[in-house]
Design a protein around this ligand. Structure first.
Ligand code: FPP
Length: 240
């Protein structure tokens, strides 16, 4: 961790090459809504604003790749009204995403199988990926994403290519994240301490940070705390 740079009225930490990729499990929207006497859908809506704030801040502190877990392959099991609300919020985000991505220099990549989405949404997702492909920072949005599903998908792709023996590099190269380095730091809000099928392959040597903050309350100060904690860790990647 290097210098401290003034960002408006906030002093932002600046990271170095040791922290290139940060990933977030955005947990706690439902509990936050309950705490405020509101329906769960409202928590997701506020959570979406928090997501935009967090992505922007990570860019400000010099992190080149941000990944967020927006919707898992298991989240379809939630009540229909909640799933519909999340998809509506996502659709709204897609409408303004190209402009925001231009403004912040973000390349947007979706992790997960797009084929489950309505055709117009899937088309907008692909269009956004193409339109932002040359931007310097990367934002991965994991949506309809599952870590196990991703590994199976990679292996099936390799089988389809006629491979009869595969290496770790082969699998890494066929994950949804083939375009970026693995996460250095995974942050989970909402007090639970598990990965919930997120980046299972890529998290092999990631540092994990768990906090009680509910996602809609995620702040710049909490991100700074996670970064400071990360820099205290000794990363050995299996060596001594
Ligand atoms: C987990 O909280 C959150 C989700 C499953 C959905 C996250 C979605 C968003 C932040 C909005 C859409 C995203 C984008 C990219 C625009 P939870 O519902 O499990 O909370 P709980 O554990 O308190 O019930």
């Amino acid at each position: 961790m290097g210098s401290v740079k003034k960002q408006g009225d906030y002093m932002a930490i600046q990271v170095d090459e040791r922290l290139q990729h940060i990933a977030f499990i955005m947990d706690g929207n439902g509990r936050w809504a309950k705490k405020h006497g509101m329906p769960r859908e409202y928590g997701h809506s506020v959570g979406a604003s928090t997501f935009e704030k967090v992505v922007r801040y990570c860019g400000d502190v010099g992190i080149k790749t941000v990944t967020v877990y927006a919707f898992s392959t298991e989240n379809w099991k939630r009540p229909e009204v909640e799933v519909k609300a999340i998809m509506l919020i996502f659709g709204e985000y897609l409408k303004k995403a190209a402009k925001k991505a231009d403004e912040y220099g973000l390349r947007v990549v979706f992790l997960g199988d797009k084929r489950v989405f309505p055709e117009n949404i899937a088309k907008d997702m692909t269009a956004l990926e193409i339109a932002t492909a040359k931007h310097p920072l990367t934002l991965n949005i994991a949506i309809n994403y599952g870590g196990r599903d991703e590994i199976v998908h990679a292996v099936n792709t390799l089988i389809g290519m006629g491979k009869t023996s595969i290496t770790e590099d082969d699998i890494s190269a066929h994950l949804y994240t083939a375009h970026c380095p693995p996460p250095d730091l995974i942050v989970r809000t909402g007090a639970e301490k598990r990965l919930s099928n997120f980046l299972l392959w890529q998290s092999a040597y990631a540092e994990l940070y768990f906090c009680d903050t509910l996602w809609p309350d995620m702040s710049e100060a909490e991100i700074d705390a996670a970064i400071e904690d990360f820099y205290k860790r000794k990363r050995r990647f299996g060596g001594v």
